[in-house]
Design a protein around this ligand. Sequence first.
Ligand code: SF4
Length: 234
Amino acid sequence: MTITLRADASCDEGRPAAVPPVGRASDADVQVWTQALCQLQRRPDDTLAISVNLPFCAMRCGYCSSDVQVTTDGREVDMYLDALLLQMDGVVALAGREREVVQVHVGGGTPNLLADAQLERLVAGLRARFRLLPETEWSIECDPRRCSAGQFDTLRRLGFRHLHLGMADLDADVQRASGRIQSASVMADVVAMARHARFETVQVDLVCGLPRQTEARRRPGTSSRSPPMPCRPA
Ligand code: SF4
């Protein structure tokens, strides 16, 4: 069973609440989430996969429909981490500590918006509460525009083995229309850094259906009069 950890990212009403992974959760949402955890109690041999959502970005990409908060204020992230740790306590209270965790995925938002100390606090919080094994698969999503060799070293030291890099599209025209600018050379440098840091896998995430994406741009050499790619907007 996969448990998603996500607190309420909106800090405008003070300290964010630890809630089920649906943003501003209703009482009914809380009840459904709690019932799912109680089912786990009845299946003590089931393993657990944990998905942690860090819904913060430095700026919003033009095509993004995710529930993210645009901020670079580390205090807001700290408050969110406070709430996440509380939520972990709630999960452990219902699901127990002895269950093996086979996978931890940290996604966003932009997880690598967090400072090293914040990432360390998150991972320490997980390790203190859940039964994580040497073979547990750790993966994280990163924005290439915020990656550095030092950050990758931190992630590897914390146990992350699989890296997801958001690329969307490398075409300059598509990037301008989409409000997400990142050059091919930045991507190449970041992939080289990731290999140097010895991540076991490096996944590059593309987005289909962006403004000005066409079949011709996707397949160099085909007609530039091809219709826009009939894919869903991200
Ligand atoms: S970085 Fe990802 S999550 Fe953040 S605004 Fe852009 S597409 Fe959305």
